[in-house]
Design a protein around this ligand. Structure first.
Ligand SMILES: *[C@@H]1O[C@H](CO)[C@@H](O)[C@H](O)[C@H]1NC(C)=O
Length: 382
């Protein structure tokens, strides 16, 4: 298990990529990877999630630590491998690998990522050819990138020279383990469209079937029951989840706008909650009064008092995180599972965590959703 090269079947082909953003965006990249694998007859090798600014743990968390990989593989009828199955992350030897840089099509350098470091890989990149973009969108094309994994695409790429790896190795892209640095923005028709459209194949063919691990769902269910005052063996009541993404979203606000005016106000979320309640009553005939808020807002913030004053609840699961093998990863993971179990969901526009919540609530639960716009005062007025 110290060298991945010895753990791949010589007669099979594989595909991999690196995560290099927050947990949700890495999840979306890995779903795109699985799609690319399916359309190129390759086996996806999924890396751990990258270390991100949201989480202070410094150990690798694998796809299968959070999602039910066996169930996903069975639903989509496609094999799925994880890097943890082909290389030991503690004792793995340094190996070199030639990869394509898709990122360099739109940025000066290949995407930097913690993943090659944790996998002990010394990577030499070759920039993908110019034609691998959706021109009008200035983003990578999923299908054009995939064609580089075939003979014809590779010949047509008129190979640019590979760039030296950190250890000064110059290696052209590996044919057996087809590797792309960063594919989060890649689209089929337009930028970021693998999830957010009715045709989006990332969600439709794969993401929809990526369920959370049962042990985590059980933990989330227990926390929710405790929060709502329901006995362990009682039934979880229907509730509305509100995801207020704040914290680092501040950096997207124009400087001249005060932070509290840039974020959606509690009133704006309140209007959306009422809309969801009304639609649930009308469409499903249920009167949902329980509202659970999740947010990356600091626990010391006065916002939490304002939330409680509205009669909305929140769960402080720091306690669970201390004892759990996922450590601080557990916090966003439980929040995402809470979202996925709600019957009504109010998210924050532009947040991919909200986007996943919305898709799951609509399609797993037949629920009702809204999202709050922000970025200027009263941005969500409608
Ligand atoms: C919904 O439930 C709440 C709390 O029990 C109640 O005050 C309200 O009148 C109910 N609304 C409808 C439309 O039944």
């Amino acid at each position: 298990m110290n060298r991945y090269k010895e753990n791949l079947w010589p007669d099979r082909k594989y595909i991999t990529t690196w995560g290099a953003s927050g947990w949700t965006n890495d999840f979306m990249s890995y779903i795109i990877l699985i799609y690319m694998a399916m359309i190129s007859d390759r086996i996806p090798v999924i890396p751990p999630f990258s270390r991100s600014h949201h989480i202070d743990a410094d150990f690798p968390v694998h796809f299968g630590d959070i999602y039910d990989v066996a169930a996903l593989s069975e639903s989509i009828r496609w094999p799925i491998l994880q890097w943890s199955e082909v290389k030991n992350m503690e004792t793995g030897e340094e190996e070199s690998l030639g990869c394509w840089s898709a990122w360099q099509l739109v940025e000066p350098e290949p995407r930097s990522s913690w993943i090659p470091f944790v996998l002990n890989l010394d990577v030499s990149y070759t920039t993908a050819p110019d034609w691998a973009t959706l021109r009008q969108e200035k983003t990578q094309s999923v299908w054009a990138l995939v064609s580089l994994g075939f003979e014809a695409g590779r010949l047509e790429s008129a190979l640019q020279p590979a760039q030296p790896s950190p250890k000064k190795k110059v290696i052209s892209p590996d044919e057996q383990l087809f590797c792309l640095d960063y594919i989060y923005y890649a689209g089929v028709v337009r930028r970021l469209d693998m999830f957010d459209g009715d045709y989006s194949p990332g969600w439709r063919m794969i993401g929809k079937y990526a369920k959370f691990k049962p042990s985590l769902v059980n933990l989330a269910t227990l926390r929710l029951k405790k929060h709502f005052g329901i006995p362990r063996r009682g039934q979880l009541p229907p509730f509305i989840a509100v995801h207020m993404r704040r914290g680092d979203f501040r950096s997207w606000c124009p400087d001249e706008i005060a932070t509290e005016e840039c974020y959606g106000s509690l009133e704006a979320y309140g209007v959306r909650v009422q809309e969801v309640q009304a639609e649930l009553l009308q469409k499903r005939g249920i009167n949902v009064t329980r509202v659970l808020v999740t947010s990356n807002e600091d626990r010391e913030s006065p916002l939490w008092d304002d939330i409680a004053a509205r009669g909305w609840g929140y769960i402080d699961h720091n306690v669970d995180a201390e004892e759990h093998s996922l450590g601080s990863w557990l916090l966003p993971v439980l929040d995402a599972i809470f979202h996925s179990m709600s019957i009504g969901f109010v998210g924050t526009q532009e947040s991919t965590m909200s986007l996943m919540g919305r898709l799951r609530v609509e399609q797993w639960n037949g629920g009702v959703t809204r999202s709050v716009r922000w970025g200027s005062k009263n941005a969500d007025d409608h």
